[in-house]
Design a protein around this ligand. Structure first.
Ligand SMILES: Cc1cc2nc3c(=O)[nH]c(=O)nc-3n(C[C@H](O)[C@H](O)[C@H](O)COP(=O)(O)OP(=O)(O)OC[C@H]3O[C@@H](n4cnc5c(N)ncnc54)[C@H](O)[C@@H]3O)c2cc1C
Length: 387
C-alpha cells in the first residue's frame, strides 16, 4: 500500500461550501434582450423550438481529444453497507455513463447509511464526482472526512465526463433489480434538485441547455426517463418533425456540467470545509485495515472491481473531441445515425464537445485518430442538415 500525505488541511478562502453556491441572476430594464443568435450568455435559454445555429465542425477547429473509461457495472451501481474485515463500509460505485448526474443523489443516500455506523471520523476512498460529493455530504452532517485516492482532479474519469445531466448507460436491462431501479429513480430526483442550485453560477460551470434525442424511427416511450419525465423541464417525447430534419425527437431542458470547472470547485469546497486529502493506492480490500477510520465509503469507480473482486465491473471506453467555442450554441443532441454510428454534442462554454464512442471492455486510454475524424465528419454532416 502506497501512502503519501497530499494536502493536510483546508484551504481557507478558496470558496464557500457546496450548498451556498447559488447566484440569483436577474434581468434589469437596463439589459436589453439581444437578438438571437448570440444571447446565450443570458441565464434564460431559448424556447425548445427556437432556431438553432450550426456548430462549425472541422478538423482545424479541434482543440483537444480525451479518453475516459466509464465505470460500468452490469447489475447497475452498487450502493450497499457491508462489513470488510473489521471495517464498516458503504459501497458507492459503478455509475457507468451517469456518475456525474447521479452524484449528489447517491451521495445523500450513502451518507444516510454512514450515519448508522455512529462514527464521526470517516474515510472516503476515491476523489471523483462520487467521492467528492459523498465527502461534502458527510461534512455537511458534521463529520470529519479524509479522502484517500490514487488520483485527484483533474486526473479522474469524472474530469473526462461529458457531462450532460442525464443518468444513462447504467445497467444491463436483464441484470438490474427492481430495488436498484428504485434507488436510481430516487437518486436521480435528489441529484437534479441539488444540481439546480448550481445553475448559472460560474464558479461551478453548470448551466441550462436544451437537449434533443434524434431519430428517423419513433422514439421508445415505454418507460419514463430515469428519475421520472417530470424532472426534465419542458419534456417532449416522441414529437414529430424534429430538428436536423429527423422525423422524431425527444426534447427537454437539462444542465450542462463543465466537468473541469465543476470538479475544481468541489475540491475547493471540500478543502475549505476542513477536509483532508491523502494520496494512496489500494491493491486489495485488506489494505483497508491500515486506515485509522473504522467507517469507510468506497467511491473508487472502476478501481472497485479489482480491489473488491467485483467481476461485474467493466470499462466502457469513451473518446471526446472539443472544437473551438461558439457562444451562439445553446443546445445538445444525441442519436444513432446509421453508418455514421452514435454521435452526440454538448455546448460547453469552454468548447463544443463532440462524442459518441462507447467500447465495452476496452481499457485503451490512447485517443484514436479514426474516431476523431468520424466525429468531426459526422457532426459536420448533422450541422449541414440545419441549413
Ligand atoms: C467519455 C465519457 C463521457 C461521459 N459523459 C457523462 C455525462 O454526460 N454525464 C454523466 O453523468 N456522466 C458521464 N460520464 C460518466 C462519468 O464520468 C462517470 O460515471 C463518473 O465519472 C464516475 O465517477 P466516480 O467518482 O465513480 O469515478 P472516477 O471519477 O473515476 O473517480 C474514481 C476515484 O477512485 C480512485 N481510485 C480508483 N482506483 C483506486 C485504487 N485502487 N486506489 C485508490 N484510489 C483509486 C481514482 O483515483 C479516483 O480518484 C462520462 C464518462 C466518459 C468516459
Amino acid at each position: 500500500m502506497k501512502r503519501r500525505d497530499f494536502l493536510a488541511t483546508g484551504a481557507a478562502g478558496l470558496g464557500s461550501t457546496a450548498l451556498s453556491g447559488c447566484v440569483n441572476i436577474t434581468k434589469t430594464s437596463e439589459s436589453p434582450a439581444l437578438p438571437f443568435p448570440g444571447n446565450t450568455g443570458d441565464a434564460l435559454i431559448q424556447p425548445i423550438d427556437a432556431p438553432m445555429r450550426p456548430i462549425k465542425s472541422s478538423m482545424d477547429r479541434v482543440t483537444r481529444t480525451i479518453v475516459g473509461l466509464r465505470p460500468y457495472r452490469s447489475p447497475g451501481p452498487r450502493l450497499e453497507a457491508v462489513k470488510v474485515g473489521s471495517k464498516d463500509v458503504v459501497h458507492n460505485y459503478g455509475h457507468g455513463g451517469g456518475g456525474v448526474s447521479l452524484s449528489w443523489g447517491v451521495a445523500e443516500l450513502a451518507a444516510s447509511m454512514v450515519k448508522e455506523f455512529g462514527q464521526r471520523e470517516i474515510a472516503v476512498l476515491g476523489s471523483g464526482a462520487i467521492g467528492l460529493s459523498t465527502a461534502l455530504q458527510l461534512q455537511r452532517s458534521g463529520m470529519d472526512v479524509t479522502i484517500y485516492a490514487k488520483d485527484f482532479p483533474p486526473y479522474t474519469t469524472s474530469n473526462v465526463a461529458g457531462a450532460m445531466w442525464h443518468p444513462v448507460t447504467l445497467f444491463d436491462r436483464d441484470q438490474v433489480t427492481p430495488e436498484t431501479m428504485a434507488m436510481l429513480h430516487l437518486a436521480s430526483k435528489i441529484a437534479m434538485s441539488r444540481f439546480i442550485r448550481y445553475a448559472n453560477d460560474p464558479k461551478y460551470g453548470v448551466y441550462w441547455i436544451r437537449q434533443f434525442s434524434l431519430s428517423d424511427r419513433p422514439m421508445n416511450t415505454s418507460e419514463p426517463y430515469i428519475g421520472g419525465d417530470e424532472i426534465y423541464p419542458g419534456m417532449r417525447r416522441n414529437a414529430s418533425n424534429g430538428p436536423f430534419g429527423f422525423k422524431f425527437y425527444d426534447a427537454y431542458y437539462t444542465l450542462m456540467v463543465d466537468s473541469d470547472i465543476y470538479m475544481r470547485a468541489l475540491v475547493n469546497d471540500f478543502l475549505s470545509n476542513g477536509g483532508n486529502m491523502v494520496e494512496q493506492t489500494f491493491e486489495t480490500e485488506s489494505d483497508l485495515e491500515a486506515l485509522p477510520q473504522s467507517a469507510i465509503v468506497n467511491c473508487m469507480g472502476l478501481g472497485s472491481g479489482e480491489v473488491f473482486g467485483d467481476e461485474t465491473v467493466t470499462p466502457i471506453r469513451g473518446q471526446l473531441s472539443f472544437l473551438l467555442p461558439q457562444n451562439d450554441i445553446d443546445y445538445g443532441y444525441a442519436g444513432g445515425f446509421g453508418a455514421r454510428g452514435t454521435l452526440y454534442s454538448f455546448p460547453r462554454r469552454t468548447g463544443i464537445l463532440l462524442g459518441g464512442s462507447g467500447d465495452r471492455g476496452d481499457w485503451d486510454l490512447s485517443p484514436r485518430q479514426s474516431e476523431v475524424e468520424r466525429m468531426v465528419e459526422g457532426h459536420a454532416w448533422l450541422a449541414s442538415r440545419l441549413a
